[in-house]
Design a protein around this ligand. Structure first.
Ligand code: PLP
Length: 384
């Protein structure tokens, strides 16, 4: 049965071009890049080539890129490094709407003797950059603010944030896992110190990530062992996936502009179609500053999980809240932080598109979903 996949903020399909680039490292080119012999040495060059491609995507220098195992590792590494090199400063500033890779890590650190400030967002999911300025103290080691939200797609004003944080001389990290590959990011124009990247959100495989570390930034490694990644991240390199991430970065750089035009017009068609055909529907988040691929829509008086189950019968994949929190029936912490009414939080669905989304995918959802909503509302415990 045909799959209608609109859950690309959870993960993306590996691009064919990316898979092709990876294959030799599972068969003929299996050497260890740290080996002295040529067989391993040739693999080392592949890693350096991928590093160049990843750097180019954000206009960084290759030696500012460190490969990691995922976005979560990049996030944890950046924050921990900020604390380790922070000359006894023990305070972190972040937001209430971060991905659990930052949010839960900061919560865990605050149980281990550090302090964390979780900044609020407004009804549209936006932060107030002035709040950051007020929250910074002499104790602040690092500020970690996401670039774009995985649930709503809301983009934070990172340049403004960076100017404030850097004027205070504090280290700044951004979790740009949902932004890299979807939005142009230029580190020469954006004074952040560290940026987290994840392969599987941009058509590379799962289990590969990167951390941009600006030259001159004090850094302390999180994974300690061998001297791989110039001593910044130990562990034998995931060569195939690193090559894949490099290829995905190259593809994103070449195709981002055209892709965004196509993806945002499909997303708008989906969103407008649903707003037109279903009553009591709202779009969550700041639609003016939003990732081109994301629509977070609340169908009031219905349970999101019930909607997903019905969509599943037609092989339509979407998500309620982030993939990491679905499975627990906890309402989305992002929508709660935005003050979205409970009846709307419970009926929220995230649709996230990609370069592979077609007109037909959108038509299938528009054909099936309004009927599902009407049907579920007649059985709703909210009595609508
Ligand atoms: N940060 C954000 C904003 C994300 O959306 C995700 C994944 O959903 C992560 C971090 C974690 O990335 P990974 O799955 O590569 O660990």
């Amino acid at each position: 049965m045909r799959v209608t996949y609109l859950d690309n903020n959870a993960t993306t399909r590996v691009a064919d071009e990316v898979r092709e680039v990876m294959l030799p490292y599972f068969s003929s080119l299996y050497g260890n890049p740290s080996s002295m012999h040529l067989f391993g040495g040739q693999v080392h060059r592949v890693i350096e080539k991928a590093r160049e491609k990843a750097a180019l995507l954000i206009n960084a220098e290759p030696d500012e890129i460190v490969f990691t195992s995922c976005g979560t590792e990049s996030d944890n590494t950046a924050i921990m490094s900020g604390l380790e090199t922070g000359r006894n400063r023990r305070h972190i500033i972040t937001t209430r709407v971060e991905h659990p890779a930052v949010l839960n890590f900061c919560k865990s650190l605050s149980r281990r003797g550090f302090t964390a400030t979780f900044l609020p967002v407004d009804k549209l999911g936006k932060i107030k950059p002035e709040d950051i300025e007020e929250a910074i103290t002499d104790e602040t080691a690092i500020v970690s603010i996401m670039y774009a939200n995985n649930e709503t797609g809301v983009i934070f004003p990172m340049k403004e944030v960076a100017e404030i944080v850097k004027s205070k001389g504090v280290l700044l990290h951004t979790d740009a896992v949902q932004a890299i590959g979807k939005l142009p990011v230029d580190v020469k124009d954006l004074p952040v110190d560290m940026i987290s990247i994840s392969g599987h959100k941009m058509h590379a495989p799962k289990g590969i990530g990167a951390l941009y570390i600006r030259k001159g930034t004090r850094f302390s490694p999180y994974i300690i062992g061998g001297h791989q990644e110039r001593g910044k991240r130990a562990g034998t390199e995931n060569v195939a996936s690193i090559a894949g991430l490099g290829a995905a970065c190259e593809l994103a750089r070449e195709e981002m502009k055209a892709e965004n035009t196509k993806v945002s017009s499909l997303r708008d068609k989906l969103e407008n179609g649903l707003l037109k055909s279903c009553p009591d529907v709202r779009v969550n988040g700041d639609t003016e500053n939003r990732l081109p691929n994301t629509a977070n829509i609340s169908f009031e008086f219905v349970e999101g999980e019930a909607i997903l189950l019905r969509l599943n019968e037609f092989n339509i994949c979407a998500s309620s809240g982030s993939a990491c929190t679905s499975g627990s029936l906890e309402p989305s912490h992002v929508l709660r932080a935005m003050g979205v009414p409970y009846t709307a939080i419970h009926g929220s669905i995230r649709f996230s598109l990609s370069r592979y989304t077609t007109d037909e995918d959108v038509d299938i959802v528009l054909e099936r979903l309004p009927g599902i909503i009407t049907e579920l509302r007649t059985m709703s415990p909210y009595g609508k």
